[in-house]
Design a protein around this ligand. Structure first.
Ligand code: C2E
Ligand code: MG
Ligand code: MG
Length: 743
């Protein structure tokens, strides 16, 4: 039905107004109004009637639809429509009401205001419809004078504005509640700061960029006590995170933040908003650059937001403190062992292949600590930590033990060459400049096992092998090493048990005067029979005993057995037979060693010169002065010293003169070929050297007559070897001595 025919629209031209009172100042923004009417004239008169109107600072803008269907399309497409002036009767009697349903039910647009207009009162909708569909006003066109239309439109737009304001503040509050809940779950102050900026951004309409700033102490590695640091940022021109505020951010930003910290309150300017966040003694400042001044609503929301997140801020600090205590080394502030294990987990489970993990152990750190004091020791560790950090940002540096550092980084950076170069310069510790040596165990990602604990044990294995190796000071982990290690640990366990159960034996190999053929002494040699009665070679188990430290107790026992035997020999009339015992490096390192040897000779009332300690040249490599000091003390007591395996090690002739030794033992390897023409040069030279130094010279490993003859020609003093006797149990040795004296 067409209704326009009998509609009188003249009412719109009746000037009944002094409506100027509701005219506001204009601005660039507009309110969009959709006029829906099948009568084109209504469009133009409505527009004309409202032409001067400005509502809440904005002018009106019009969209036009001439049917319900057309209206539906426009409303679906345009999100800025605030008011629909809607004719009820158009293509159908209820076309207008259908538009209302469409807006509210299908498009779910609850904010849009709707004013229904109709030509005839008979088409008025039910009151319930007006309520349910939130229709602002229902007017017959005859009722609508120009003044009334203006008032109706004004009221509708105002109510639209209030509804959106309330909605926005509700949305803002929802964001705050969600945001605060999220923030409570964050565990680092940096993450928290980023979270705060993420939440503030949608809350503040003119948000351009933001910076979250707090004191860096305890949060950022190496941060001084009072420095302010950028902990998070949003939309900044470059990355300032974890850097000092003063050196990075724009001067305006730094100025506002400093001021805010001083004044302890928010600061608002036209271009920025600086928020002061404090709780439980922890403070932060959030600087936000704005493109437009903040609205009152923004300000209120921010207030609510801040009070909501303050507790989260305190929590995150407490959490960080706990983390620091649990995962940081107190001295260097580097990750500790626990955190290193976490990092190794990431290393083991990550995809990056060209990585390597390493342990670096400082040699003889305890000597520095004991000798120069703990303070110097600490400073040395700090200096090492700091130089390791110079390897770069992509290297994890942790302190995992007193003098052990853990590293994870790219293979090309953590190469043995780079590390050697790094430790080649001395370290400054207090007034001292200390050169140090290190041993390094490494494990490539490709060889690493599952999980941090596994990798840690793998680099540990490599490190232990590196420590044992006299030639190189680093080792890469190889999977076979694990089996070797398991075997070694099994052997060590067995050796410990057997030693405690007194199942180790000491055998003796006679030493003879070459000229007279008389037995002058014997070398005590350890023998270990395993469960099935087979002997394990000392060449195998002595290194294990050294490695495990067991050699210290075993060595004491050997010295004691030797002293007992010397006594026994005396009692049986063998007054001038001495006993030599072999001594390993770890025994010398033990502070009590010298004392114990001396007290054992005293306890057994043994003539000290009858006890001989055999040391190898390699013993000097480690710490020559310590060994020389120990030998001098032993020598002062009259104990004899022999240099074993002479010629095979890192002989240093300059030390040879400083050592208080009594005799040289020419190694078996030189004696082997001594009888062959032209092969005796080295042996001859060694014997000659010993003679020149006024040392007694003994050759070991003589197996035949020709060798003996050659040694006679060279005037070698004494001999030891299978040619005369193999090592034998003590009873056999006593029998051997007796048979020799009888013959
Ligand atoms: P070493 O001190 O050089 O001992 C000499 C080794 O040469 C002994 O091997 C001995 O059995 C062997 N030998 C002696 N004469 C001959 C010979 O004519 N031909 C051949 N082929 N070999 C001969 P052993 O007993 O297997 O000891 C090996 C190494 O184990 C010793 O070398 C020594 O370094 C170490 N060792 C043995 N007992 C002890 C000990 O009580 N304490 C320490 N620290 N090391 C020990
Ligand atoms: Mg020996
Ligand atoms: Mg030897």
């Amino acid at each position: 039905m067409q209704v326009s025919d009998n509609t009188n629209d003249d009412f719109l031209f009746i000037d009944d107004s002094d409506e100027d009172e509701i005219l506001d100042e204009g601005s660039a923004d507009t309110w969009k109004i959709l006029i829906v009417d099948d009568d084109p004239e209504i469009h133009s008169v409505t527009q004309l009637a409202l032409s001067d109107l400005t509502v809440l600072g904005r002018k009106l803008e019009y969209l036009h639809a001439y049917s319900g269907e057309e209206a539906n399309t426009i409303i679906a497409q345009d999100n800025d429509i605030v008011l629909v002036l809607l004719d009820v009767v158009m293509e159908t009697d209820d076309a207008g009401l259908n538009v209302v349903k469409h807006i509210r039910e299908e498009l779910n647009k609850q904010d849009i205001r709707i004013v229904l207009r109709t030509g005839q009162p008979g088409y008025a909708p039910e009151e319930s419809v007006i309520k349910d569909y939130d229709i602002n006003d229902y007017k017959t066109k005859t009722e609508l004078t120009r003044r009334k239309l203006v008032t109706t439109v004004y009221a509708a737009i105002r109510s639209y504005q209030q509804i959106t304001a309330v909605n926005e503040s509700r949305k803002g509050l929802e964001k705050i509640i969600d945001g605060s809940a999220n923030l409570l779950e964050l565990h680092s102050v940096q993450e928290f700061g980023q979270g705060v900026l993420d939440q503030v951004k949608p809350l503040l309409h003119g948000f351009e960029s933001g910076v979250f700033c707090a004191r860096g102490h305890g949060i950022i590695e190496g941060a001084d006590d009072l420095g302010l640091y950028v902990l998070a940022q949003e939309n900044m021109p470059q990355d300032f995170v974890n850097q000092k505020l003063d050196s990075v951010a724009s001067s305006e930003c730094a100025e506002q933040i400093n001021l805010c910290f001083q004044q302890k309150k928010h600061i608002t300017t036209d271009e920025s908003f600086t928020l002061y966040l404090t709780r439980g003694g922890y403070r932060a400042v959030i600087f936000v650059k704005l493109s437009s001044p903040m609205s009152e609503l923004d300000e209120q929301l921010i207030e609510v937001f801040l009070s909501n997140i303050a507790i989260g801020y305190e929590n995150v600090h407490l959490f960080q403190k706990l983390r620091n205590a649990a995962y940081k080394d107190w001295l260097t502030e580097k990750p500790n062992r626990l955190e290193f294990l976490n990092q190794l987990d990431k290393f083991a489970n990550g995809d990056e292949q060209k990585l390597v993990a390493a342990l670096v152990d400082i040699n003889h750190f305890s000597d520095i600590n004991d000798g120069l004091g703990q303070e110097v020791g600490n400073q040395l560790l700090l200096a090492v930590a700091s130089r390791l950090s110079d390897l770069g940002d992509d290297v994890v540096v942790a302190r995992v033990g007193a003098d052990v550092f853990g590293l994870i980084g790219p293979e090309r950076v953590l190469s043995p060459e780079q590390l050697t170069a790094l430790f080649s310069r001395p370290f400054e510790a207090g007034e001292q400049s200390l050169p140090i040596n290190v041993c390094t165990g490494l494990c490539r990602k490709a060889d690493s096992g599952n999980g941090g604990v596994k990798v840690f044990s793998q680099i540990g294995i490599a490190l232990n092998l590196a420590k044992k190796d006299a030639d190189v000071h680093y080792k890469y982990f190889r999977p076979e090493m694990e089996e070797e290690t398991a075997w070694r640990l099994g052997m060590i366990r067995q050796l410990r048990t057997d030693f405690a159960a007194d199942r180790l034996e000491l055998w003796y190999q006679p030493q003879l005067d070459l000229a007279s053929g008389k037995v002058t002494g014997a070398e005590a040699l350890l023998r270990w029979r395993n469960e099935d009665g087979k002997f394990v070679s000392p060449a195998v188990f002595i290194p294990l005993a050294e490695y495990s430290g067991l050699i210290i107790d075993i060595g004491d026992w050997v010295v004691e057995q030797a002293c007992k035997l010397i006594k026994q020999l005396e009692s049986q009339g063998f007054d001038d037979v001495g006993i030599s015992v072999n001594v390993s490096i770890p025994q010398f390192r033990n502070n009590l060693f010298v004392k114990k040897v001396i007290s054992t000779t005293e306890n057994y009332q043994v003539e000290p010169s009858k006890l001989e300690l055999e040391i190898t040249e390699n013993i000097l490599m480690d710490d020559p002065q310590m060994v020389i000091d120990a030998l001098v003390q032993l020598k002062e007591q009259g104990i004899s010293i022999a240099l074993d395996d002479f010629g095979t090690g890192y002989s240093s002739l300059s030390y040879l003169q400083k050592l208080p030794i009594d005799r040289l033992k020419v190694d078996r390897s030189f004696i082997n070929e001594i009888a062959q023409p032209g092969k005796s040069l080295l042996a001859d030279a060694i014997i000659g050297l010993g003679k020149q130094l006024n040392l007694n010279v003994i050759a070991e490993g003589i197996e035949d007559k020709d060798q003996e003859q050659h040694l006679r020609d060279q005037c070698c003093d004494e001999v030891q070897g299978f040619y005369y006797a193999k090592p034998m149990p003590v009873e056999e040795f006593l029998a051997f001595l007796k048979s020799k004296t009888e013959s």
